[in-house]
Design a protein around this ligand. Structure first.
Ligand code: FAD
Length: 519
């Protein structure tokens, strides 16, 4: 057992620095922890920042646990203190400080990423046990290369941790078929806010299981997840088709997502783009899948407006499949879609390449400085009832010049989501849309300031509220209990009961700003 603190915290002039009381607790915590992992009170930089780049804070210590036991010890130590909180940090890809703990303890879950990896067969189904701190890209790599298996439901970008996405939902173009990632998990190991390590599933400790899924980290820290997998295909035909009218786009997207399994594509997403050649981040150049494919604007009808719509689909196949079989399956589906004639782009890529497609965006954003700039992103679920009005005002008017990055919009099916989990969805109807405004802009003054983009997001949300739209924020961010109460609506009392039961002192995930630490 190696327990150490490298040095006590620096004094500095940050507003959010830990109080003297908090610093006084450090020696006690250090002695009581006896960790296999490490605790660092000096170099906590990683823990005070996130991908959003809008908030910073100064935690008391950054802990790199080696095992679930370490995680439990840290939480128990925080319980014994009068005011310490604990934030599990996945890969810190939150936007609004959700994985931070101001003056508290941050646990870098990535240090546990190698703790689990095992294929499990149960009741005729196959699963893989992975660590809560594992990156999905590593899960993909190992599942495919060692077992030719793969999880069924993904996010677009895989540099995210298993525990981080399961605390939210985890959504991509497979969710219409399999539901979000939170619905593709059979079992979890969770360290509760009381520091107890509990195995939970649908039948055993089910309140904790469903509470933790989509639970914004409020009920426990996920140290192991049993994720459903299926045989991995070799290849993917990846296709984009373009629409001038939102109504045609949504009709085709909804038709595809409501087809029976085996009679549709394996992946369905869509995005809005600016009807202009001039915008490299939001215009015509963002549509072709290959630099050799030209975008021929003469095909766009003269009636088209300020923005156009792209339906993005993919079909899985094996290398042994005859090309004509793949062509036939693809063409019979595309033949039913009324997109602009000849506005079709397609490439064949390996399955792994397809799932890692956003990695290229990361590489170029890191190179041009937009990865480290602030990302005031907005993610929402908007009911089908209101999506046409949302398009008319938000996409066509407010965002007619884009957001400097992808503007995703695609349909999902409520029946694929388990209402026992903690995720909040729009109130009515089977179909709702994911809307994601994902700007990658240069730091101010080379692009609009983060404040300006944040206020644009507020304007969009305010518009939805004032029109009475049926919507929820995805990856929500609120400051007051009143707003959280409204967010969860009829599920609020269940959420509070789960909190009282599993984290009564409100130790966990303080960065979500839902509950105040109980002294
Ligand atoms: P963090 O940001 O570190 O943590 C998020 C929350 O979960 C925090 O409250 C934290 O305390 C808690 N948490 C972290 N680990 C654990 C754990 N082991 N147990 C319990 N709680 C924990 N989301 C989608 O659904 N689909 C997408 O396609 C998608 N694409 C994205 C692309 C990019 C480039 C980025 C930056 C984000 C994307 N997201 C997407 C959002 C992403 O799912 C969330 O931001 C997620 O929270 C990030 O995961 P993380 O592992 O970095 O978690």
């Amino acid at each position: 057992m190696i327990a150490y603190i490298e040095r006590f915290i620096h004094e500095n002039d940050s507003e959010s620095r830990p109080t003297d009381d908090e610093k006084d607790q450090l020696p006690n915590i250090r002695h009581s922890l006896d960790l296999q992992g490490t605790i660092n009170c000096v170099d906590t930089g990683l823990a005070g920042k996130d991908f959003g780049g809008l908030y910073t804070c100064e935690p008391l210590a950054l802990i790199r646990p080696a095992s679930p036991d370490d995680v439990a010890r840290v939480v128990k130590a925080a319980c014994r203190s009068p005011n310490l909180t604990v934030a599990a940090r996945g890969n810190g890809h939150s936007i609004n400080g959700q994985a931070m703990s101001d003056g508290g303890l941050v646990m870098d879950m990535r240090s546990t990423e190698g703790n689990h990896f095992e294929v499990v067969r149960m009741n005729g189904e196959t699963f893989v046990d992975v660590s809560g701190g594992a990156l999905w890209e590593d899960v993909l790599e190992r599942c495919v290369s060692e077992y030719k298996l793969a999880p069924r439901s993904w996010t677009d970008y895989l540099g995210l941790t298993v525990g981080g996405t399961l605390s939210n939902a985890g959504v991509s173009g497979q969710a219409f078929r399999f539901g979000p990632q939170t619905c593709n998990v059979a079992e979890l190991d969770v360290v509760t806010g009381k520091g107890e390590l509990v195995t939970c599933n649908e039948n055993e400790n089910s309140e904790l299981f469903f509470g933790a899924l989509g639970g914004l980290g409020q009920f426990g820290i996920v140290t192991r997840a049993r994720v459903a997998v299926q045989p991995a295909p070799d290849m993917v035909r990846w296709i984009r088709v373009v629409y001038a009218e939102f109504e045609d786009f949504t009709r085709c997207a909804e038709w595809l997502v409501t087809r029976p399994e085996g009679e549709s594509f394996d992946y369905v997403e869509g995005f809005v783009f600016v009807n202009s050649v001039d915008d490299p981040a939001n215009g015509w150049p963002t549509v072709p899948l290959d630099p050799d494919q030209g975008f021929d604007p003469s095909r766009i009808p003269r009636t088209a407006g300020s923005v156009l719509y792209c339906l993005e689909v993919a079909l899985h196949y094996q290398k042994t499949d005859h090309p004509s079989t793949v062509d036939k399956a693809v063409n019979s589906l595309l033949g039913r879609l009324g997109f602009i004639e000849d506005m079709k782009f397609q490439v064949d890529v390996s399955y792994v390449e397809f799932l890692l497609r956003v990695k290229h965006v990361e590489v170029s954003a890191r190179a041009n400085g937009t990865w480290d700039a602030p990302h005031p992103w907005l993610n929402m679920f908007v009911s089908k009832r209101d999506i046409a009005d949302f398009d008319r005002v938000v996409f066509k008017r407010m965002l007619k010049n884009g957001v400097g990055g992808p503007m995703l919009v695609y349909p999902l099916l409520r029946s694929k989501w388990d209402s026992r989990t903690s995720v909040a969805l729009p109130a009515d109807g089977e179909i709702f849309y994911l809307v994601a405004l994902l700007g990658f802009t240069m730091p101010y003054p080379n692009a609009p300031s983060a404040e300006k983009l944040v206020s644009q997001n507020k304007e969009i949300v305010q518009f939805c509220v004032s029109e009475g739209f049926d919507f929820k924020l995805y990856l929500p961010h609120y400051q007051s209990e009143e707003e959280w109460r409204r967010h969860f609506g009829s599920q609020w009392s269940r959420f509070v009961e789960r909190k009282d039961r599993f984290d009564p002192l409100a130790i966990l995930a303080p960065g979500q700003k839902i509950f105040k630490r109980v002294p």
